[in-house]
Ligand binder design. Structure first.
Ligand code: XMP
Ligand code: MG
Length: 190
């Protein structure tokens, strides 16, 4: 917990849910699966800003095969902790994905609404293939089933921060995933 103390976040975090070494090991496993599945294919990683920045950076470096990287920014949350269900594109891809093997890299599947929207949006652009890699998933929160080929961890239905995930743009730079103390976001998850 040295990092927490160093950053003076000691009272904001309830606990460390996934420590750094488990994240690193899991990202390595996912990279090995992806390497095997995409052997000989021209892979395009599409990271969803900003939450996927950490997993994208770590995953890309673990891959042996060359992979291109592009980014999309979408918004489904305001500054709160619940999905509005309304998705807006804040930044579109720079790349034309027609005929490409696209792997969406996402931080978390919560309700699934964001990814479900993103998958339909990207599918209309006719990629050769379209799969999802998500670091985290909250099975109890799922409102729409998402076919996620590469999954890091199923986690409880609690608001998490760190390793790219934020609350109100804070805590993204924590090297682990932790749960936020309820007093930070109002106590009832609202
Ligand atoms: P949905 O509900 O559409 O949510 O699957 C997807 C996006 O919402 C953000 N999200 C979170 N961010 N802690 C966070 O810091 C969480 O527990 C959490 N749950 C959802 C995230 O950006 C995700 O892509
Ligand atoms: Mg996200």
């Amino acid at each position: 917990m040295g990092f927490v103390d160093d950053k003076d976040l000691g009272t904001d975090l309830a606990k460390v849910l996934i420590p750094e070494d488990r994240l690193r090991a899991k990202v390595g496993e996912l990279a090995a699966q992806i390497d095997a599945d995409y052997e000989g294919k021209d892979l395009l990683l599409v990271g969803v800003l900003k939450g996927a920045v950490m997993i994208m950076a770590d995953l890309a470096r673990e891959l042996h095969a060359p992979a291109s990287m592009d980014w999309m920014a979408v918004s489904s949350y305001g500054s709160g902790t619940k999905s509005s269900g309304v998705v807006r594109i804040l930044k579109d891809l720079d790349t034309d994905i027609l005929g490409r093997h696209v792997l969406i890299v996402e931080d978390i599947i919560d309700s699934g609404l964001t990814l479900s929207w993103l998958v339909s949006n990207l599918r209309m652009r006719d990629p050769a293939s379209l799969e999802i890699c998500a670091l985290l998933r909250k099975p109890e929160a799922v409102k729409t089933e998402i076919d996620c080929r590469y999954l890091g961890f199923d986690i409880p239905n609690e608001f998490v921060v760190g390793y790219g995930l934020d609350y109100d743009e804070k805590y993204r730079n924590l090297p682990f995933v932790g749960t936020l103390a309820p007093h930070v976001y109002g106590g009832d998850g609202a």
